[in-house]
Design a protein around this ligand. Structure first.
Ligand code: SME
Length: 155
């Protein structure tokens, strides 16, 4: 998708989600709604959903797409890299990412965006996979970071 079209689509999605998420104050309802809207509106999103941070692993929460790994072992893969490096990670080609965890071998590129509580601690990540190489760029990072900020914190 070209950048102008992508940005326009994200603007519409952001506006729609801003309205939808006012209907509850519940972070799980927010995550479920975000997964559904993104998966259905962004045609290159092959899988999207959330993993919650626990001490020794990440555990899957709401998602859309094919069946995912339920637990991600500590210090391995793209999701953990986002937690450890405390930033959004874009992987243009998952095969070149050391220790990438392939829940579905059809995933070719990936972006992972951290969610922080009101103290700035990462509590979860938003993970999006694409069946195409090089699907994600700074526009995805900017808007997905804005979208996760809509999620109710600390509940
Ligand atoms: N690829 C991720 C694992 C989660 S799935 O993509 C749904 C990772 O390397 O952490």
């Amino acid at each position: 998708m070209d950048l102008v079209k992508k940005e326009a689509r994200y603007k519409r999605i952001y506006s729609q989600l801003s309205d939808l998420l006012k209907k509850s104050d519940d972070s799980l309802a927010h995550k479920a709604t975000i997964s559904a809207v993104l998966f259905n509106k962004m045609d290159y999103f092959f899988w999207c959903g959330f993993y919650r941070v626990e001490t020794d692993y990440l555990v899957v929460e709401n998602y859309q797409g094919s069946v995912a790994c339920q637990l991600l072992q500590n210090n391995k893969g793209v999701c953990w890299a986002a937690v450890i490096q405390n930033k959004t990670i874009i992987v243009p080609n998952v095969e070149t990412f050391p220790n990438h965890i392939a829940c579905d071998s059809r995933s070719k590129s990936e972006i992972v965006v951290p969610l922080r509580n009101s103290s700035g601690i990462i509590t979860a990540v938003l993970d999006v996979d694409s069946k195409y190489l090089n699907s994600f760029d700074e526009v995805d990072a900017e808007y997905l970071e804005m979208i996760v900020e809509l999620i109710k914190k600390d509940n």
